[in-house]
Design a protein around this ligand. Structure first.
Ligand code: SAM
Ligand code: SF4
Length: 326
């Protein structure tokens, strides 16, 4: 189905949990998100029912995110059930990678197609600092396991942060020379509890690109790498992997937006950067049939805004990224 601005909507990002086994400084407060009662979170069966309604208006691609999707009980069953819905042709996960090494084989067998792994630094001490305690070795194990499992393309998400990893951006880009990794540099967003921390740490994609080109030579524009995202891809000459830029703050990519989000507590959210949400959980829990649920999806698509105004939207928002599904 197309929205009011003729954008075809075929991609649903689902936050399967608001919880996480890390506490990244830019994403969560030290104590984690204010705890939402277990019964507020959609069950696996409710998520599947929601997707079955979504496919009726044209959803074909799913990304499971959070929070950390791999800490969600039943995640393997969820992937398996989504894989059994004939209209769904792509199932991806965004993960911090901590549990990926041990779970990747089972996930792939259940039907997972692709994985994005978050990695902001290659230095163990820094990783510990930005994630408030994480073990970088486990993330490398996860990345290697994803490559060995041929879950292609394996994408790496790196948030560029001034004064934290700006001296590593070139080294991260260099990884693509010898490895079939697709590294995407993401602009730091001034979100929720991290707004004060983020002040002054923003680096625009254009600056990251300049740094990389200054050190490693010109980047060649690349056609889109398989996926549904807004990254602009480039490649170093002769490199096995690619380098992408996701400029959510400096350069709106709303004109090509094809997505809806389903929050962990069961609301459809037409735009990450706009607090408007459409209630789905109540309908799911009051026994609504597929047609009624589909109608709620239609309503969400029709209410998708033409674009975002990042500064204003976040200040009014009482949700953090992990609940909405980053
Ligand atoms: N836990 C998983 C992970 O870390 O990949 C999935 C959820 S996480 C919210 C999804 C992505 O959002 C991660 O790549 C993370 O770096 C990014 N993210 C979180 N907060 C952000 C912020 N303030 N600005 C930019 N990206 C952010
Ligand atoms: Fe957890 Fe991902 Fe947020 Fe880090 S970015 S705290 S890993 S949800």
């Amino acid at each position: 189905m197309q929205d009011q601005f003729r954008r075809p909507i075929n991609y649903l990002r689902i936050s399967v949990t608001d919880r996480c086994n890390l506490r990244c400084i830019y994403c969560m407060p030290p104590e984690g998100v204010k705890s939402i009662k277990h019964e507020e979170i959609l069950s696996i069966e409710e998520i599947i029912k929601a997707v079955k309604a979504g496919v009726r208006i044209g959803i074909k691609k799913i990304r499971l995110t959070g929070g950390e999707p791999l800490v969600r009980g039943g995640i393997i069953d969820l992937v398996g059930s989504l894989n059994n819905i004939p209209e769904i042709d792509d199932i991806a996960i965004t993960t911090n990678g901590i549990l990926l090494g041990e779970m990747v084989g089972t996930l792939k067998r259940a039907g997972l197609n692709r994985v994005n792994i978050s990695l902001d630094t290659m230095k163990p001490e820094r990783f510990k600092r930005i994630t408030r305690g994480g073990n970088l070795d486990l993330v490398w194990k996860g990345i290697n396991a994803a490559l060995n499992a041929e879950l292609e393309p394996v994408k790496i998400n790196t948030v560029a942060i001034r004064g934290f990893n700006d001296d590593e951006l070139v080294d991260l880009a260099r990884l693509t020379l010898d490895h079939p990794l697709h590294i995407r540099f993401i602009e730091l967003m001034p979100i929720g509890s991290s707004q004060a921390w983020a002040r002054g740490k923003f680096i625009a994609s254009s600056e990251v690109k300049e740094k990389i080109e200054g050190a490693l030579g010109n980047l060649i524009a690349e056609k889109t790498i398989h996926g549904n995202g807004p990254a602009l891809y480039t490649r170093l000459p002769g490199a096995r992997g690619t380098i992408g830029f996701i400029s959510a703050v400096s350069n709106h990519f709303c004109a090509g937006c094809n997505r809806l989000r389903l929050t962990s507590t069961g609301q459809l959210r037409p735009c990450l950067f706009n607090h408007r949400e459409i209630e789905l959980k109540q309908a799911l829990r009051s026994g609504a049939g597929l047609e009624e649920l589909t109608e709620i999806f239609r309503k969400a698509i029709v209410s998708k805004p033409v674009g975002h105004d990042l500064d204003k939207a976040w200040q009014e928002d009482d949700r953090v990224m992990s609940q909405i599904g980053g």
